[in-house]
Design a protein around this ligand. Structure first.
Ligand SMILES: *Cc1c(COP(=O)(O)O)cnc(C)c1O
Length: 424
């Protein structure tokens, strides 16, 4: 499906020049596998599309915050889009300059805000009037100025899954666009704030890009209105959200399509552009490799039970998301099966009623397009250590996250437990 990065050579699935079966035998399963070439090609296509306009591309850390992957984006001159103190912490560790970090989120705590003010980040993307007050107050206490943009909610429908639609009036994100002018007027009077931008992010996995035009036009009108009122901004941040290929028949938009659509409008405002892509940079570059533990036939159904479940990849359970799944060794015989994990929940599946190669116990499957919102949404549910992560570069591979072990899982509980049990 992604013929340059994950493909069959004879009957064996490769990631770049690494045969996946041999790798799996060597390191064990489950693991996330990323193609460096896939990431670099996406980086190139974004840079190329926006090279003629002053643009800072901020990789959305929440899609995948592995330090090594962050480093790849940092080395390529990207900024970082964050939504928590933890993401900012990892970003700084990966070498991002604070002046290239933007920070969104409806529930920033005082601790997180102070941390980011002290670092001097490029922009807080502020999501409520109260947050304006709090950032101003905390900056004042620290004797610093904080840079802010207002996240406006343009009330457009991105035509994606409701859980990842963020730009509708009824959603919790941002400030309604017709309230924004009032909030700007208030914010520019605050002496501990630099009001330098406007931000919006309408949703994720957007395959039809026309809603971007609607959103950008609405926000541009706000920028013109602000200018009339003497409020000059520097940045126009349009968020992320470009969709990727999950099903073989999906035809996702390219960064170039987005550039052609929005740049004419952004140019009129004269503001510098910020983008915050996550999924479209890392999603197709990753696969989850898992081993078949058992197969079983019930009356009407064939089940393939694998060693990774909703704790590793929760998208099928939460969003009913489709991930294309390939057998690591291609077979001629096909079956229709539910591919399920070991977790004690009926919602624990990777695919339902899927036509798939007739794999047997001990063989391997590759769950594609798992690079974004895969490892970053994983958990230890059922006391399962989280998967290893591996980066492939040509014919070499690097372990970029070790598999968690049982010690890791009890680490933060053990001391309290020893204390409490002796005092019970
Ligand atoms: C999640 C998020 C992004 C990234 O979205 P993708 O769909 O992964 O591109 C960008 N900006 C904000 C504010 C987000 O919450």
């Amino acid at each position: 499906m992604f013929k340059n990065y994950f493909f069959y050579r004879d009957k064996e699935l490769f990631c770049e020049n690494v045969p996946i079966k041999e790798l799996a035998k060597e390191v064990g399963t489950p693991f996330y596998l990323y193609s460096k070439k896939a990431i670099e090609d996406k980086i190139k296509s974004y840079k190329e599309a926006f090279k003629n306009y002053p643009t800072l591309i901020c990789y959305a850390a929440k899609s995948n915050s592995n330090l090594t992957l962050l480093k790849i984006f940092q080395k390529n001159g990207f900024g970082l889009d964050t939504v928590s103190g933890g993401e900012i912490y990892k970003g700084i560790l990966a070498g991002f300059e604070a002046s290239k970090i933007v920070y969104a989120g409806v529930g920033k705590t005082d601790e997180e805000i102070k941390y980011a003010i002290n670092l001097g980040i490029l922009s807080f993307n502020v999501e409520s009037e109260q947050e304006v007050d709090v950032i101003d107050y905390l900056a004042g206490k620290l004797g610093k100025k904080a840079n802010i943009s207002i996240r406006v909610n343009p009330d457009v429908n991105p035509k994606t899954h409701p859980y990842i639609s963020t730009g509708l009036r009824k959603s919790k994100f941002g400030i309604d666009i017709d309230e924004a002018l009032k909030v700007y007027k208030k914010a520019v009077k605050r002496k501990n704030l630099n009001v330098l931008g406007v931000h919006c992010h309408i949703g994720s996995q957007i395959l039809d890009i026309s809603p971007y035009r609607e959103a950008v036009e609405k926000v541009a009108n706000l920028v013109f209105q602000l200018k009339k009122d003497g409020i000059e901004l520097e940045y126009f941040d349009i968020g992320g959200g470009l969709g990727i290929k999950y099903k073989p028949e999906d035809i996702p938009p390219e960064p170039k399509d987005l550039a052609d659509l929005i740049l004419p409008i952004v140019k009129e405002t004269g503001l510098k552009l910020i983008l915050e892509p996550g999924r479209s940079l890392i999603g197709e570059a990753g696969a989850l490799i898992t081993q078949v533990i058992f197969t079983k036939n019930k009356k009407d159904k064939h089940f393939i039970i694998v060693d990774s479940g909703m704790n590793d990849l929760i998208r099928p359970s939460v969003y009913n998301a489709y991930h294309h799944i390939l057998s690591v060794e291609r077979k001629d015989k096909k079956v229709v099966a539910d591919i399920v994990g070991p977790i004690c929940e009926t919602g624990d599946f990777l695919a339902l009623d899927r036509e798939i190669d007739d794999v047997k116990r001990g063989e391997y499957l590759a769950v594609l397009s798992a690079g974004a919102y895969g490892s970053s949404m994983s958990s230890n549910y059922n006391v399962r250590p989280r998967a290893m992560e591996i980066l492939v570069d040509g014919d070499k591979f690097f372990i970029i996250k070790e598999r968690e072990d049982y010690d890791y899982l009890i680490n933060k509980e053990l001391k309290p437990y020893c204390f409490v049990k002796d005092n019970l």
